[in-house]
Design a binder for this molecule. Structure first.
Ligand SMILES: Cc1ncc(COP(=O)(O)O)c(C=O)c1O
Length: 374
């Protein structure tokens, strides 16, 4: 099993427990406030939140999500197209469990990748096929290479847009190309769009715009609403796939927690209020993206230009052979924790979470830039 982010994060937790002051940039946990109106919505649903809710998610909430994404991407989704899970992670795990039920299945993953994809495929005894996006292309994936990686055993291609860790956003023409390819070659295009609102250069288009029965999109309350601990995510896909996923969830966890789903049911009654909140978070993210980009650019450091997401993927100084060593040194000497690129399949880069306070971000940048001769 490959090392996970939580392994590195665990080291930070230990240092903190020992009384050391560490500035954390390891996980892409947005340290932005959740919607201010959330607290009152939680209070309203408290009394109703004790029983189980149906597997696949509360029916009203699923319908609200179907309406929300139908309006947003001008398609017609129904409640049966929506599946609610315990975070995007549970949704991906259940979907991959289903797709890898038939033996010898291959899953195409693009590197740099969010580490959980290959780890999940490995756990589920599937075969991982990595398609490398290259630094010379600013880590934008090559569509021809993806198309060439498809075989009769391909069960899914996973794309992440906006991407974690690189911040790249898949262009609309490529989203359409992949959605069409999925239908033609009969694999599932899994589109991890959990960073949907962090779209700084106005490039993001959901694959829902080109929806067909082979397209499956994943979203999350963790990133969009800064509610990582609530463990709530949702997805839109083919109703037959979702029916089978409900069967798996029903045996695994029954359903995601009731209080979060019921509070969200209230939030989705007023989507205008939500759009205002998204715009505020987007502005927070963009301010930090601009600040980090300016600092690395000024210092002549190589990085992938983040068009979205809440992180930046940066080349390690040439004195270091690999990002593990560099991040270990940063942690030991500078008391800042970054995510080493090995975890994402790219050992010469590290990832820095940008969704922290401006003060901490500036301080983190100051400490890391010392290593680039500044
Ligand atoms: C690309 C990506 N997908 C999915 C997730 C899972 O999010 P959650 O399970 O908290 O909804 C994360 C979390 O870091 C992520 O970065």
């Amino acid at each position: 099993m490959k090392p996970t982010l939580l392994y590195f994060f665990g080291k930070v937790q230990k240092m903190k427990a020992a009384g050391e002051k560490v500035l954390g940039f390891t996980l892409t946990t947005p340290e932005f406030p959740p919607p201010a109106f959330l607290e009152q919505e939680v209070a309203k649903v408290y009394e109703d939140s004790f029983p189980y809710l149906p597997s696949g998610g509360d029916f009203v909430f699923r319908q609200q999500l179907a309406d929300f994404y139908s309006t947003k991407w001008k398609r017609k989704f129904k409640e049966e197209n929506v599946f609610v899970g315990t975070g995007g992670k549970e949704i991906l795990y259940i979907l991959l469990t289903l797709l890898l039920k038939k033996p010898e299945g291959e899953i195409v993953v693009i590197s740099p990748y969010w580490a959980t994809y290959p780890n999940m495929v490995e756990l589920l005894k599937g075969k991982i096929k990595i398609v490398k996006a290259l630094a010379k292309d600013d880590f934008y994936p090559d569509m021809d290479k993806i198309a060439k990686a498809i075989t009769s055993k391909t069960r899914a291609v996973i794309i992440t847009s906006p991407n974690n860790p690189t911040g790249k956003v898949i262009k609309e023409k490529d989203v359409k190309f992949l959605a069409d390819l999925a239908k033609k070659k009969d694999f599932v295009l899994i589109c991890d769009e959990v960073y949907e609102i962090y779209n700084y250069d106005n490039l993001y288009v959901s694959a829902l715009k080109y929806f067909n029965k082979n397209v499956f999109c994943v979203f999350s309350a963790s990133k969009t609403y800064s509610l990582c601990g609530w463990r709530l995510g949702w997805s839109v896909g083919d109703k037959d796939i979702i029916k089978e996923m409900i069967g798996i969830q029903s045996e695994a966890t029954t359903s995601p927690n009731s209080i979060a789903q019921l509070a969200f049911r209230n939030l989705f009654k007023d989507t205008k209020r939500l759009e205002t909140y998204f715009a505020e978070n987007m502005a927070r993210g963009k301010e930090r993206r601009d600040l980090a980009v300016a600092a690395f650019k000024k210092a002549g450091v190589e990085y992938a230009h983040p068009e979205g997401c809440i992180a930046i993927f940066v080349k390690i100084p040439k004195e270091f052979d690999n990002a593990y060593d560099f991040c270990t040194e940063l942690l030991k000497k500078e008391k800042i924790s970054m995510a080493p690129g090995e975890i994402f399949g790219e050992k010469k880069y590290f990832r820095m979470n940008l969704a922290v306070s401006i003060t901490n971000l500036k301080e983190g940048l100051r400490r890391v830039l010392k290593y680039y001769g500044n």
